[in-house]
Every structure is written in C-alpha cells, then in structure tokens.
Design a protein around this ligand. Structure first.
Ligand SMILES: Nc1ncnc2c1ncn2[C@@H]1O[C@H](COP(=O)(O)OP(=O)(O)OP(=O)(O)O)[C@@H](O)[C@H]1O
Ligand SMILES: [Mg+2]
Length: 452
C-alpha cells in the first residue's frame, strides 16, 4: 500500500515542525501549509488521505477547510485541532462534517490514535467506492434489443461465452462491439479475472509491441525498469483487441506467432511466459476485404475469426430503436433526477425513421441531451436538439415504408400550409386545391387541431 498522506494546516511554524516530526514517526507522508488559503488552492492535486487543521488561524478558519474538503472529496476526513476546546465549537465542527476534534494540549499517542481511526475510515470509503464502480461496470452491460438480429446475437453470446474460442466482432462504429465483448467475458468462466481492452488504433505504432508484450529493464534507452505487457496483465482473463484491423503488418506477424505458440517474451528478455488469455477482437472495417487487399494477414484473420458476431447497423434493425430509446430515457432521467415517463409519438416516429450513422451511441447521446433539455413528463419535439431536427429532415423518411413516408410528408405539408395562411382554412383550401372539409379531416387525422 502507498504511504498515507496527511495535509497539515497550522499557522504556528513551531507547531508545524512538531507535527511533521510526529507524523513521520507514525509512518505518514506530510504536506505542510501555514495558511488555509494556500492549502486549499492545491487540494485537488495534493490529494491527501487525511486533513489535520488548526481551528483558529488568521484568515480562513478550520471551518472553511472543512467545507472546502467536503466539496472536493467528501471521503477525506478532517481532524480539527483547537485550543478553545469548548464544547459548542467542537459540536459545531462535527455538525459541519469534521471527523474529529482534538483539544490542545494533547499527547502524541492521542494524535496517533485519532489519525489511525481516520485513515481506516478513509480506506474503507475508498474500497467502497471501488466496489461500487466495479458493480456499475458489471451491471451496466445490459444488452438491449428485441428484434431477431439482437436475439440471435444474445443467443450466440450465451453459447460461446462457455467456450475458449476466439471471437471477432464486426459492425459499424457505435453498434455495441465493446459491450458485446465485455458481456462475453462476464458470462465466461474467466469473469473474475481481468478484461483488458487494447485499442490497436490509438497506441502509437512504435509502442504497440512493448505495450502488448512488455519489456525488461534496459531493453531500450529509457527502459529503466521492466514492465509487464497487456497480455501478461490479462493472465487467465480476456484481451480485447479493439480496432484490430488497424494493426500494422509487422505487428500482425508477431501477434500471430504469440497466438500460435501460446507464449510471450518481453522485449529484451529470453524467458518465455505461457499465455492463458482468451482473445476477442473487434473491427469496423471489412476485414476480409483488407485480407484480399494485402493489408491484413489471412492466417491471422482465420485465427481471430473462429467465431464471428456481426452487429447490424441500427437502421437495419429499426425494431430495436423504441426499446433502446426508452432504456436510455429511463437511465438518463434517473441520472439527471428527472421524472420523464415517455416519448411522444411524433418524436418516436422520427427516431425510427432516422438513419443513425453513429448507431446506438448516437441514439444514446441524443436521448441524454434531450433529457437535459426536457422539463415535462414526456420527451417531445421541443426537447430535441435543433441539429437533430435539421439533420433528421432530409434523411429520416428514406428507409421507411411508403405509407409512413406519405403520412410524414402530409403532416409536414399541412403544418407549413396552415402556418403560411395564418390558420385561415378557406385560404388553405384554395391554395391546396382541396375543399375545406378535406382540410379539416386532415388536421384532425394528424392531430393538428390546436395549431390553428
Ligand atoms: N444493444 C445495446 N443495448 C444497450 N446499450 C448499447 C447497445 N449497443 C450499444 N450500446 C451503447 O452504445 C454505446 C456504444 O457502444 P460500444 O462502445 O460498445 O460500440 P462500438 O461498436 O465498440 O463502437 P466503436 O466502433 O465506435 O468503438 C455504449 O455506450 C453502449 O453502452
Ligand atoms: Mg469500441
């Protein structure tokens, strides 16, 4: 464990030196500050585990320290030291969120005990937060989709998660490839071992090898210590090679050899380490094309692609759009503490008709922004970001049924018509070349009565 850090704030230099000596003896690292102002300025970067502060100082007081620390990291306990150990101040300090109050004069044992307890509480809170984050990570992977395509994917995940076979996940950007990879890992016997994502497109080419396979001390200039590679770190778990199609050819050969021999050697080492990892890869390229173009090794392609999971673009599984939209609505209205219950019919129609070049991620982002903008019980057209409405216009009707496209057009035509004649139905009928009864019927049909 790393040495716990205590931030000490005390205006009396003599006292500060005493604290410093005691704390070092107790085994703490200390940061010394003579004013609350200077201490609070660096709070975000100094990241202390405990704050020990004098109550009365020139300038800001111990109370200011408490509220600043609460704001920056409420898990950090603040211990107050006061010469005015009157009960009212102590009570007020505890109410404001101080962890404990120590009255001067005190013995070094007293201080040690209080700090020890404070540290134990801080470590517990850290641990809790880590657990909560992990829980979120494991439960957030809920793959939504009820259409035949997603049902097939879900079935495939169930079956292959129990095997060791390498999986290649293909699909456009934002279709859920990483999510599927995590789900396979979570459902596999390797679930309690690491899942290590490697973004092959983001790591600079000259670093990929050392990132993947690790290196020994002195393997190259600057390698002052050795380091394990991601394959080693994933031992008994899963390595997720994201954007594997971007891997340079030279690295492809090295990866192939590692997969064939099932062992890795750190750069600059002669020792082989047996590899026990499952490989899941993903790409939004058409890898078979890269193979025929000579950009991707065919033998590696076959080795990675023992099982293929293809995630179709969202526009080819429109039946999933409403469930996904409602799922994200629920998720974000909870996150933003709003009580939005549904999505209005015309918005849903737009969502179903739109092309979604960014797939599920784009839908997710749109719903999040709409939730932020929304103040009512339902998401309506008024909550939709204007760029979406503008973008939607040209594209949202092209991949829908003729009937629906006609209805959408009819409604838009009618809206514009009524608006341009300022609601004068006789005039609208004349312009449209229809009789007034027909206009009324159409307004009724599209629920546009109130717009007149
Ligand atoms: N079926 C789904 N159910 C719920 N959420 C989904 C689904 N598919 C995708 N998502 C969400 O959409 C976002 C994008 O998914 P993910 O990162 O897995 O896509 P990707 O295919 O890896 O994209 P890229 O190729 O851009 O890396 C994530 O926030 C994910 O949680
Ligand atoms: Mg991804």
């Amino acid at each position: 464990m790393k040495t716990p850090k205590v931030l000490v704030i005390e205006d009396d230099i003599q006292m500060l030196e005493n604290y410093s000596r005691m704390l070092k003896r107790f085994g703490y690292e200390c940061l010394l500050e003579t004013t609350a102002e200077s201490a609070l300025k660096d709070l975000e970067t100094s990241m202390p585990d405990i704050v020990l502060t004098d109550l009365r100082m020139p300038g800001s007081s111990g109370f200011d320290v408490i509220s600043a620390v609460k704001q920056s990291n409420p898990d950090v306990p603040v211990v107050l030291i006061t010469a005015y150990a009157d009960i009212p101040t102590a009570v007020e300090a505890m109410k404001k969120g101080a962890y404990d109050v120590i009255a001067k004069p005190f013995t070094s044992e007293q201080l040690e005990i209080v700090l020890e307890r404070a540290l134990r509480q801080k470590l517990l809170k850290d641990e809790n937060r880590r657990l909560r984050e992990r829980l979120k990570e494991t439960t957030s992977a809920e793959l939504i989709g009820k259409g035949p395509a997603m049902r097939e994917v879900l079935g495939l995940i169930e079956r292959i998660s129990q095997t060791e076979a390498n999986v290649l996940i293909t699909g456009e950007s934002g279709t859920g490839k990483e999510m599927v990879a995590r789900l396979i890992h979570q459902k596999s016997p390797r679930a309690d071992k690491p899942f290590i994502p490697v973004d092959c497109a983001a790591i600079p080419e000259n670093l990929i090898e050392s990132e993947l396979f690790g290196y020994e001390k002195g393997a190259f200039t600057g390698a002052t210590t050795g380091r394990e590679g991601l394959f080693e770190a994933a031992s008994k778990g899963t390595v997720f090679l994201d954007e594997v199609g971007e891997l340079p050819l030279l690295l492809q050969s090295k990866l192939l050899r590692v997969l064939q021999e099932r062992k890795v050697r750190r750069l600059g080492s002669t020792r082989f380490i047996t590899l026990d990892v499952r490989i899941i890869s993903a790409t939004n390229r058409e890898l078979s094309r890269s193979v025929s173009e000579g950009l991707f090794r065919e033998d590696l392609y076959y080795r990675l692609n023992v099982i293929n999971i293809h995630l179709p673009p969202l526009r080819e599984r429109r039946e999933d759009i409403p469930v996904l939209a409602l799922h994200f609505l629920k998720q974000y209205s909870a996150a933003y503490e709003k009580d939005i219950r549904g999505i209005s019919a015309d918005v849903m129609e737009m969502l179903e008709g739109y092309r979604w070049p960014g797939n599920v991620r784009e839908l997710q982002n749109l719903i999040e922004r709409a939730v932020i903008l929304c103040n009512g019980d339902d998401l309506t057209i008024h909550d939709m970001p204007s760029e979406f409405l503008a973008k939607g216009k040209g594209t949202f009707s092209e991949l829908t049924t003729y009937q629906r496209a006609k209805e959408t057009f009819e409604k838009q035509y009618l809206q514009n018509l009524i608006k341009s004649v300022s609601g004068n139905i006789s005039k609208a009928a004349r312009v449209a070349g229809l009789n007034r009864r027909t206009i009324y019927r159409l307004l009724e049909k599209h629920n546009l009565g109130k717009e007149r």
